[in-house]
Design a protein around this ligand. Sequence first.
Ligand code: GNR
Ligand code: NI
Length: 168
Amino acid sequence: MSKLAVLHFPDPRLRKKAIPVKTIDMGIKQLSQDMLETMYAENGIGLAATQVNMQKRVIVMDLSVEKNSPMTLVNPEITEKVGSEEMEEGCLSVPGFFETVNRAEKISFQYLNLDGEKIEDSADGLLAVCIQHEIDHLDGKLFIDYLSSIKRQRIRKKFEKQEKVRAL
Ligand code: GNR
Ligand code: NI
């Protein structure tokens, strides 16, 4: 197992679209393990491969309080969206910012598990929000894209300033 580096906004690699996984081989299983280790180390409830600079359609999540219910979704897709709901979101790629985002309240989704089985399920609440947030990452989209451009610009400025300080 190894902990991976998480890309931070405005890194252009966060804008790449991830490619569907063809075969669930050892490489994908290793990636899933490393992503879970990274997610737990960073105290996140989800992580998309895009955030660790892997352009593959893989997400991991663990919404349990005990942090003992890891989930890996390969090639996840939303098949139905119902209603809308506002929730405050954060992102490991935009650390320190929390903003309210409007998303579908209930979703139906499908994915492959690490055994290659096709699973169909539905979700609401935080799980529904998290799946939508992670699939957005695989499509190169960030939660701050839902904010006004003035707000996003302000966040970008802060990160660019931080980058300059780190580079000194
Ligand atoms: O840890 C995370 N918490 C969170 C809270 C509300 C909505 C979405 C999330 S996902 C985030 C981890 C992350 O950045 N995943 O991509
Ligand atoms: Ni995120």
